[in-house]
Design a protein. Structure first.
Length: 307
């Protein structure tokens, strides 16, 4: 049975603050340099506009160095609280020699192992790492751990061609259609599915063989997968990790009078999803009873939010 504490679904004593770090790595060519920088700046605007309490750090060009990234993650490790949420997005090129993944940066590159060490020091229990680089699948083994969602643009480190996944990841946060369940919040899972679908469509439209296959891992125990389900255990944390609120949910998050209600609603959403993953290990009566109670409470909270 899934453990709620393992997924960070417990009640939160204080309001959680989001931390966003976006890094556009070394382009190598002017076209890539401009593309990576533009995508990072788009994310910077999106995240800064999304929440009044967001901590947003964006590095592009000559500022996107290992030293700057290390210092920033160390600062977050000092400031962040366990109830906060941390997101790291890497855009650019990566390399994999069969053992070690490296994110290509101006000056010294940074390895997946080094990134994992830095992220492990951040006390936020809920973390998201989105690696959109080539060969990014080679970083999953180092980065995965319970409580952390790892998304990579490639399924292995051997998919070494430049990727287009980053473009569609950004689009997922700009496009309301990524919010499939219409709860006015785009989860990590929704953004992953949107970007993966758009990436596949890109290669089909170009009549090219796909050279990237995005994967996700959010149990801390397995390799990345292409599809998530209660059966393989993947997708529970990602489905409840809100990358971006939109519409009324965004307004409520920035309204002190409604923020507590929104936190309660999102906590109930997590509880309901957890129940669905636990269904096979529960009696039918127990499952129905707990689900009905949670749905009733969710309806009450939503009614208060809508006033």
């Amino acid at each position: 049975m899934c453990c709620a504490a393992c997924f960070g679904f417990g009640a939160r004593a204080t309001q959680a603050a989001p931390y966003y770090v976006t890094v556009a790595g070394l382009g190598g060519e002017p076209d890539y340099e401009q593309r990576f920088t533009a995508l990072a700046k788009d994310l910077d605007k999106i995240f800064k506009a999304a929440a009044s309490d967001a901590h947003v750090y964006t590095f592009t060009g000559i500022d996107a160095t290992k030293a700057h990234l290390t210092d920033t993650l160390a600062q977050i490790a000092h400031e962040a609280k366990p109830e906060d949420e941390f997101t790291l997005i890497m855009i650019g090129h990566g390399s994999y020699d069969g053992e070690v993944y490296k994110f290509n940066l101006p000056g010294p590159d940074i390895s997946g192992e080094d990134l994992a060490i830095l992220c492990d020091r951040i006390p936020a229990k809920r973390q998201l790492v989105v690696n959109t680089t080539s060969a990014s699948g080679g970083s999953i083994g180092a980065l995965q751990r319970p409580g952390r969602i790892v998304i990579s643009a490639t399924k292995t480190g051997t998919e070494k061609n430049a990727t287009v996944f980053a473009r569609y990841w950004v689009d997922a946060l700009r496009d309301g259609s990524a919010d499939v369940d219409k709860n006015e919040a785009i989860s990590a899972l929704e953004a992953f599915l949107f970007a993966d679908g758009k990436t596949a469509a890109f290669y089909q439209s170009q009549k090219r063989l796909a050279t990237e296959h995005a994967v996700i891992e959010d149990t801390g125990k397995k390799e990345g997968v292409r599809a998530v389900s209660a059966e393989n255990g993947e997708g529970l944390l990602a489905g409840n990790f809100i990358v971006l609120r939109i519409g009324a949910a965004q307004k409520a998050a920035n309204d002190p009078a409604k923020r507590a209600l929104l936190d309660k609603k999102e906590e109930l959403d997590r509880k309901i999803d957890l129940l669905k993953y636990q269904k096979a290990a529960m009696s039918a009566n127990d499952y129905k009873s707990q689900l009905s109670a949670a749905l009733l409470e969710l309806a009450r909270v939503q009614e208060q939010l809508d006033k």
